[in-house]
Ligand binder design. Structure first.
Ligand code: BJW
Ligand code: ZN
Length: 243
């Protein structure tokens, strides 16, 4: 495979940054074998992910939605962080101000060693009770029932993730917004840049004067506003950009 040559100007911007915010999306984890939301291989039993990741789908058929999440949990449980995840974890250790904002719910960034991490859309290993609101970590694969039930009040549990039409946790969004506003370099990798409010973090960083670098083999709505678009796979480009 031919490697994209990384221009010196971009390498200097990445290596000279003092305050960095990174936004990652599904494709950073796809290189660990995790199916993505959009594009090839996204279907599960003829269902489109966008139709399952909604409160309406869960209200209508909680068993179906839980079966989908259980299937994804089984894939994620067997997956390992890839060079893209590891490069970002290493970068965090060498930069004074670093925040990794991820749309991914799989926990692979933490497994790779990232600590200054904001999980915008929640985490697939947490459950939330529909009755008492209690949040718990539950790593059982498969789960014994669909839906599983709360150990405190026996109410039905849902995955502690953010579905379409639901608000993001305000504290999580504030942390992500502040990091995007104060960084001097904003790197966006492996996301289609169509889901809000995640995509707007990139615009915020731009308005605050940050240099924006995108890593994606395809063009996205963010390509037009980024200062630099690197066409390639995150597992290939990130280790060379940062290393
Ligand atoms: C590679 C590669 C390689 C290939 N290396 N790259 C403003 C305008 C219009 C609509 C809205 C708006 N504000 C809010 C909305 C509504 C909605 C929204 O954004 N809709 C759009 C689709 C239009 N947003 C919401 O509902 C959000 N809530 C909210 O804002 O509340 C207030 C509100 C509500 C309603 C109206 C107004 C305000 C919540 C969004 C929650 C998203 N949740 C999900 C599911 C999480 C749980 C789960 O996973 O089960 O999050 S949806 C799904 O999309 C998931 C992902 O995190 C997210 C983003 O996907 P991502 O990461 O971009 O993945 P892909 O697959 O789409 O893209 C991969 C990319 O990688 C591609 O570009 C490839 O080219 C590239 N690639 N190989 C690097 N090797
Ligand atoms: Zn409960």
């Amino acid at each position: 495979m031919t490697e994209t040559v990384l221009p010196a100007e971009i390498l200097d911007a990445a290596r000279g940054a003092q305050s960095v915010a990174v936004l990652t999306g599904a494709r950073v984890s796809a290189e660990s074998g995790i199916p993505t939301f959009r594009g090839a291989g996204g279907l599960w039993k003829d269902h489109r992910p966008e139709e399952l990741a909604t409160p309406e789908a869960f209200a209508q058929d909680p068993r179906l939605v839980w079966e989908w999440y259980d299937w994804r949990r089984s894939i994620i449980a067997a997956a390992n962080p890839n060079p893209g995840h590891r490069a970002l974890a290493e970068w965090e250790r060498s930069i004074p101000g670093f925040t990794l904002i991820t749309q991914n719910i799989d926990g692979l960034h933490r497994l790779a060693g990232s600590r200054c991490l904001v999980e915008l859309h929640g985490n697939i290993w947490r459950t939330r009770c529909e009755v008492c609101g209690g949040i718990d970590e539950d790593r059982r694969v498969p789960l014994p029932e669909h839906p599983p039930h709360c150990s405190t009040c026996r109410g039905p549990l849902r995955p502690d993730v953010v579905w379409f039409g639901e608000s993001l946790d305000p504290d999580v969004l504030t942390t992500a917004t502040e990091a995007s506003n104060r960084c001097d370099l904003f790197l966006v990798a492996g996301t289609s840049g169509v889901v809000e409010p995640a995509a707007s973090l990139c615009r915020l960083a731009l308005q605050s004067g940050a240099t924006v670098i995108e890593v994606n083999p395809e063009r996205t709505p963010l390509s037009a506003i980024a200062h630099h678009s690197l066409a390639g796979r995150s597992g290939d480009i990130l280790p060379r950009l940062i290393g």
